[in-house]
Write a protein that binds this ligand. Structure first.
Ligand SMILES: *Cc1c(COP(=O)(O)O)cnc(C)c1O
Length: 392
């Protein structure tokens, strides 16, 4: 039996579904709602000395507190010393870690195949006198450039290439080299991967994606155990003011209740879709970390609990990829991922990612898998340049 230490919270040992529906709920109060509604307040009644949790709305808000507790429960189930801070977007959360930790003269190691906005971040860091070193995610290549770094930034699985690195191994090496470790966990969500348990100092995510999962809000968060690091991030949030509105925070908390249902459906359908795509002659470069023969699978299987909603693959050329996207009826041609409605896009349209023109990033939603796969196969048939086949 698991030992129950006094610091263990109510959710230690529960399943993910139970934990997600209850995470962050306050103690029951007679005649009060289960999840109290959003608190709209720029300031709070505050007679006397300004102490206590709620003084001014840029610093703290009770609706954030509930959501932060919920996200903390998912990031580190049963642990009570984890602090979580919510932000107005994923980029606000990412910037809060980088810019609160790095000073002129420091070195940071970043992926060269990560989120699209990272090159802009590199530029800004360099403008502040910070050395930015980059290496690919796959093959743990960041290990080779760790020497003297202050912070290692990991994104695994990487977006959009779906390469994976070994978080435990990189975190151990970074700590030996005296560096802090942050993991962008957006693609996996805390149900897919728990970076703090794997050795990271910060788990960071855009909750715009799968965590909230309805494609209708922007949000981000940072979780960490070290109270000094949490205080740095909190101070940064106060200075920059990149705070979520109470309505967004409340909607996010409401959305969390279905996280396990959504993610389980998405991951099962993503694997089925990847298997169906693997049988198609026109599809190359198929990637899904959950596919047993994917190059990412061996490492992913040691650190991921679910493999995420994103599948990527390459069609022969740009026109072919556009015909495919155009032919889909149940899948929106849109960016972003992790939502209940499937989306797909030709990633090369943005520039910036090193991907072929026919590269498709496909985010699997919560549709019935048979409907979704039939729609994809029909759109592939129609996209085939061969007229005979398209006419069928
Ligand atoms: C979308 C995304 C971000 C940025 O999040 P926003 O909420 O759009 O600011 C950061 N990292 C990854 C991996 C993402 O997919």
């Amino acid at each position: 039996m698991e030992s129950t230490e006094p610091t263990r919270s109510w959710s230690a040992g529960l399943g993910d579904g139970t934990r997600t529906v209850r995470a962050g709920l306050p103690e029951p109060v007679k005649y009060e709602p289960t999840l109290p509604g959003p608190v709209f307040a720029a300031h709070f009644h505050l007679p006397g000395d300004p102490t206590g949790p709620y003084t001014y709305g840029r610093d703290e808000n009770p609706t954030w507190t509930h959501l932060e507790r919920a996200l903390g429960e998912l990031e580190a189930p049963g642990e009570q010393d984890v602090q979580t801070l919510v932000f107005a977007s994923g980029m606000a959360a990412i910037s809060a870690v980088l810019f609160s930790q790095l000073r002129a003269g420091d070195t940071v190691v970043m992926p060269d195949d990560g989120y699209q906005a990272l090159p802009l971040v590199h530029e800004q860091l360099r403008a502040y006198g910070i050395e930015v070193r980059t290496a690919p995610t796959g093959g743990d290549a960041q290990l080779s450039v760790l020497e003297g770094a202050r912070l290692l930034w990991i994104e695994t699985p990487s977006n959009p290439g779906l390469d994976v690195c070994d978080i435990r191994r990189l975190a151990r090496a970074a700590h030996e080299a005296g560096a802090l470790v942050a993991v962008d966990n957006t693609l996996a969500t805390p149900l897919g991967q728990r970076p703090l348990e794997l050795g990271a100092d910060f788990s960071v995510a855009s909750d715009t994606k799968g965590t909230t999962g309805h494609g209708d809000i922007l949000l981000g968060h940072v979780s960490c155990r070290d109270p000094r690091l949490a205080a740095d991030v909190r101070r940064w949030r106060k200075i920059v003011g990149a705070i979520p509105g109470p309505m967004e925070a409340w909607l996010a908390h409401r959305s969390l209740a279905t996280l396990q249902l959504r993610v389980d459906r998405q991951c099962a359908s993503a694997l089925a879709l990847a298997e169906a795509l693997g049988k198609r002659g026109e599809v190359t470069g198929l990637r899904y970390p959950g596919l047993p023969d994917d190059p990412s699978h061996p490492v992913a299987a040691t650190q991921m609990r679910r493999f995420g909603p994103v599948v990527s693959f390459v069609l022969p050329d740009k026109a072919w990829a556009e015909r495919f996207l155009d032919g889909l009826r149940l899948v929106d041609d849109a960016t972003s991922f992790g939502g209940v409605r499937s989306t797909a896009e030709r990633r090369g349209r943005w520039g910036g990612d090193a991907v072929p023109e026919g590269f498709i990033r496909f985010s699997v939603g919560a549709e019935d898998p048979d409907d979704l796969i039939a729609d994809v196969l029909r759109a592939l048939d129609r996209a085939d340049g061969d007229d005979d086949r398209a006419a069928r």
